[in-house]
Ligand binder design. Structure first.
Ligand SMILES: [Zn+2]
Length: 101
């Protein structure tokens, strides 16, 4: 975990300039302290389209948002349910998160 990004920690992420950056804004998520709210949003259901910097927590179905584009192998942390997970490519080719126990 870096000081700039609560949701994602990956050793290579800081130096990887090929990744798109994303400006995060609060989207009404109230279940974590204010400082961290912009890193999460509520999933709107099956019609919700995830951005390249977003992945759904499989435990609590909250959308975790990063300041950079996510890639397989990235480690993400879901503060609302305190799960650690790794980003993987799912069956349909989209990014998913697998919980790390
Ligand atoms: Zn969660």
């Amino acid at each position: 975990m870096t000081t700039t990004d609560a949701a994602v920690s990956a050793p290579e992420i800081a130096s990887d300039e090929t990744r798109r950056r994303f400006e995060l804004e609060e989207m009404g998520f109230k279940e974590v302290p204010k400082k961290w709210r912009k890193f999460y949003r509520y999933w709107q259901g099956p019609t919700d389209v995830l951005a390249p910097n977003e992945v759904i927590c499989p435990v609590c179905k909250v959308v975790i948002r990063a300041t950079r584009e996510l890639r397989p192998g990235d480690k993400v942390y879901c503060m609302p349910c305190m799960s650690r997970m790794v980003v993987v490519v799912g069956e349909d080719g989209r990014l998913e998160a697998d919980v790390v126990f």
